[in-house]
Design a protein around this ligand. Structure first.
Ligand code: 5GP
Length: 197
């Protein structure tokens, strides 16, 4: 049986990483898709684990050689899903999780229309800005750009994004329960915590 493909999208600062780190360890058959990007590594990020870090030339070559399922330019950097990784993990019978921007997801759906889409949104734009400031990973300029993008993305996602699920991540514990419920439904190998219930 081929594994399940699950696409997550969120405005940065919506709490996606925290939420996923809480839920995913309970689902042993799931692997994260490792994207290629031209963004510079943040502290602690490892090449091949968090991203495949590429130069712009290398990334463009991947596009030319048709090595990506989808790609997009997000916040002035390129991000894309390498085909080999998805194909390899599906062949191993794994469920694969993708973290895509909302526009990338549209292209992804053309290749894998069976994928389940989950959109994670902050309770409000004000809350999103506050979280981004607290995270202290952005300059004032990049923060402004991320907020502009967040507005565009949220409008687009809610209309054309065609996500099966939208989780408003205001109360983390409530969001964890909601996401676990969805994952139990779709993951091909459920966690021991949930499989008996
Ligand atoms: P970050 O730089 O914070 O790791 O990611 C920024 C944005 O890039 C996020 O919105 C994330 O969803 C998106 N992203 C990460 N990998 C991919 C990918 O492979 N394809 C697309 N389209 N977007 C991606």
């Amino acid at each position: 049986m081929p594994g399940t493909l699950i696409v997550f999208s969120a405005a940065s600062g919506a709490g996606k990483t925290t939420l996923m780190n809480r839920v995913m360890p309970n689902f042993p058959n799931i692997v994260y898709s490792v994207s290629a990007t031209t963004r510079k590594p943040r502290a602690g990020e490892i090449d091949g684990t968090h991203y495949f870090f590429k130069t712009e030339e290398e990334f463009k070559l991947m596009i030319e050689k048709n090595e990506l399922v989808e790609w997009n330019k997000v916040h002035n950097n390129y991000y894309g899903t390498p085909k080999f990784f998805v194909e390899q993990k599906l062949a191993e019978g794994k469920d694969v999780i993708f973290d895509l921007d909302v526009f990338g997801k549209i292209n992804f759906d053309k290749v894998y229309p069976q994928a389940i889409g989950i959109l994670i949104l902050p309770p409000s734009l004000e809350e999103l800005e506050e979280r981004l400031r607290l995270r202290k990973t952005e300059t004032e300029e990049s923060l402004k750009l991320r907020m502009e993008n967040a507005k565009k993305e949220m409008n687009f996602a809610k209309t054309e994004g065609k996500y099966q699920y939208i989780i408003y991540n205001g109360d983390l514990e409530a969001a964890v329960i909601e996401l676990e419920g969805i994952m139990v439904k779709y993951s091909s190998l459920k966690s021991s915590i949930h499989s008996g219930s």
